[in-house]
Structures are given as structure tokens and as C-alpha cells.
Design a protein around this ligand. Structure first.
Ligand code: ACO
Length: 331
């Protein structure tokens, strides 16, 4: 059996936080944010809207578009660094219950912005081994809940949203996810982390800033490792599979920073029309960013059956990954 990427769905909250809004909150300007990141605005979830609420909406669309009935789903994996609950239950189990799915395998994966590529690789492995048939994967983030809105180095980057996909078993090799790379190097963990709040430190739930529960990032160092690692990883996944960059219909990178996307795209000689960009509209939504970007081209009618996608992502851990796959909706 092979694993086929059947459908995509996404959800974004209504509230828009613009660069202009942020310039009244911290010492920054629209011009600086636009030039250094390409971001113009991002979405912010309502106070009572959780990561699982957004995940459910994305999953419902992915299920509806898959042609697969809910009761056929046998596993759900959620990529998130902003789960509904600190330790348990996992956001995947909350999403499963809200979808009316019970007695299925459900768990979260913590790989920051690379989360969606990681859960894609897990879905592929479970399906190819014959252990599961229809795996729902969802990247969902309420990053506004772990962002320090007094830190101009991070608060300008992040937004909220969710994206989901259904991955199913197929006997047809032409529908198969071709390859997925995943990697990590904990030696760089301190470049991007939420320093406290875990078992390694005292946890003061009443004062999240004092407890160090917000994201901290050494942006410039992270930027350099991201460009270097992503470029070498996408070059190797293309070479190993003997696929030319010119054969890629849609290059769908993690939407962290336009300059990172441009540097990797240029290294591959990608043409503008191959590169999917949503960073200006949604900012960095971590594990949700790739499926949200994929959903944009699906809803625009430009993602068609059989077209080849190249995904790449980089994030806290540090983690990275890439994937080569055709879009394979059920005919
Ligand atoms: N507005 C105005 N000035 C600012 C801002 C801001 N929002 N933020 C920083 N600056 C200042 C700095 O203080 C510094 O000033 P100085 O020269 O006087 O010291 C100057 O701008 C340059 O700062 P850098 O950090 O060198 O700026 P850089 O060009 O690197 O851009 C950014 C910063 C946008 C954060 C970039 O480094 C970046 O995108 N990094 C990678 C992010 C990423 O990919 N993370 C991984 C995924 S996220 C995840 O996993 C959750």
C-alpha cells in the first residue's frame, strides 16, 4: 500500500492584527516588518476560541473534500506548540471528540513549525506499514496565547489558524507521497524556545511572563540556520528522488519570513509562479502554515489532481523537514 494526500482544508479566525496595530503596541513600524519579513497582517483567535476549535473547522473541510466518511478515519495526529491543555489531554483527542470520533488513535506531535511535515511522515509510515488506512493530520496553532506582545522581536511574526489533510491508503503508485525528510538538532534548542513552564523549571501559572512561558527567539541566528538547513535539505530531497526543481508545480514552504522563502527558492531557481506565498496575509502560524498555504491554492482552483508539491519547513527544536508529493484527490 502507498499513502495518498487526498484533501486539504483550513480555517482562519476573523480578527486581523495589522502591522499598523502592532506599531501602537511595540516600537516598530509597518515599513520595518514588511522589509524584514514580508508580513503585513496576521489573524488572532477570539479569547474563547481554542486551538482545537480551529483544528476542528479545518478537519471538517478536509473530511468533506476527501470523499471518505468520518467513520473510516482510524487515526488523528495534531501538530501544535500551543495545545489546548498544558500536558493532557492532547489536542488531537479533543479534536477527535469534537468531531464525534471515538476509539481511534489520537496524539499530538511537538515539532514547532516543522510539525506538519513530521505528521505527514508519520501518517505515511503508518499507512505503508498497513497499520492504518485513513489518517487525519492537522496543524493548529493559537500562537497568540504564547506570544509576548511586549517583545518586538517575536510578536510581529506570529498568527493563529489551522490546516488539515486526509491521507489514505492507495494501491496506485502514481498517487503516492514520494518522500518525506525530517530532522532535528537539539544543540540549537536555545535559539527558539519557551524557556520555562515545563518539568525543568518552576511553573507559575499566574504570571506567564515571569514564568518564562512565552516564546523567546534569537531571530537573526535562527534565520541563518534556517536558510542553510532548508537549502541543503530541499536540494537533497530533489536529488535523491531524481526530480528537477523545474518539475515542481507548487513549492509550498513554511511561511516564516519572505526572505527565507526567497533565499531557498532562488537556490533552486524556482520561478515566482511556482512559489506559494501567504506570509503577508497570515504571518507565521507554525504547524498550521503549510496546510493553510496549500488550502489557499486549492480554494483558488490552482491545485489540481496529479500536480507535484514540494514542502519545506524549519522551526523550534531546532527541527526541519521537506516532502515531495502529488495532490491525489479521490476520483
Ligand atoms: N521593529 C523594528 N526594529 C526591530 C524589530 C521590530 N519589530 N525587531 C528587531 N528590531 C531591531 C533589532 O533590535 C536590531 O536593532 P540593532 O541593529 O539596533 O541591534 C535590528 O532591528 C536588526 O535585528 P535582527 O534581529 O538582526 O533583524 P533580522 O533582519 O534578523 O530580522 C527576524 C528579525 C524577522 C526575526 C528574522 O531574524 C527572522 O525571520 N528569523 C527567523 C525566524 C524563523 O524562521 N523562526 C523559525 C520558525 S518559528 C517556530 O518554530 C515557532
Amino acid at each position: 500500500m502507498y499513502a495518498a494526500f487526498r484533501s486539504i482544508g483550513a480555517y482562519v479566525p476573523e480578527k486581523i492584527l495589522t502591522n499598523e496595530d502592532l506599531s501602537h503596541m511595540v516600537d516598530t513600524t509597518d515599513a520595518w516588518i514588511t522589509k524584514r519579513t514580508g508580513i503585513k497582517e496576521r489573524r488572532i483567535a477570539a479569547a474563547d476560541e481554542t486551538t482545537s476549535d480551529m483544528g476542528v473547522k479545518a478537519c471538517e473541510k478536509a473530511i468533506e473534500r476527501s470523499g471518505i466518511s468520518k467513520k473510516e478515519i482510524d487515526m488523528i495526529i495534531c501538530a501544535t506548540i500551543s495545545p489546548d491543555y498544558f500536558c493532557m489531554p492532547s489536542t488531537a483527542t479533543v479534536i477527535a471528540t469534537k468531531l464525534g470520533l471515538s476509539a481511534i488513535t489520537a496524539f499530538d506531535v511537538s515539532a514547532a513549525c516543522t510539525g506538519f511535515v513530521y505528521i505527514l511522515s508519520i501518517a505515511k509510515a503508518f499507512i505503508e506499514s498497513g497499520m492504518k488506512k485513513n489518517v487525519l493530520i492537522v496543524g493548529a496553532e493559537k500562537l497568540s496565547a504564547i506570544t509576548d506582545y511586549t517583545d518586538r522581536g517575536t510578536c510581529i511574526l506570529f498568527g493563529d489558524g489551522a490546516g488539515a489533510a486526509l491521507i489514505s491508503a492507495t494501491p496506485h503508485q502514481n498517487e503516492a507521497i514520494i518522500d518525506v525528510h525530517t530532522g532535528a538538532d537539539g544543540a540549537y534548542a536555545d535559539l527558539l524556545m519557551t524557556p520555562n513552564g515545563g518539568s525543568g523549571s518552576a511553573h507559575d501559572a499566574l504570571d506567564r511572563e515571569a514564568a518564562g512561558c512565552y516564546m523567546k527567539m534569537k531571530g537573526n541566528e535562527t534565520f541563518k540556520v534556517a536558510v542553510r538547513t532548508l537549502t541543503s535539505d530541499v536540494v537533497s530531497i530533489l536529488n535523491e528522488n531524481m526530480i528537477e526543481a523545474s518539475a515542481i508545480d507548487h513549492f509550498i514552504p513554511h511561511q516564516a519570513n519572505y526572505r527565507i522563502i526567497k533565499a531557498v527558492g532562488d537556490a533552486l531557481n524556482m520561478q515566482d509562479e511556482q512559489v506559494v506565498l501567504t506570509v503577508a496575509k497570515y504571518g507565521n502560524t507554525s504547524g498550521a502554515s503549510i496546510p493553510m498555504a496549500m488550502n489557499e491554492i486549492y480554494e483558488a482552483g490552482t491545485l489540481r489532481s496529479g500536480e507535484l508539491m514540494l514542502l519545506d519547513a524549519f522551526g523550534g527544536g531546532l527541527t526541519w523537514g521537506s516532502a515531495l508529493l502529488p495532490f491525489a484527490p479521490q476520483s
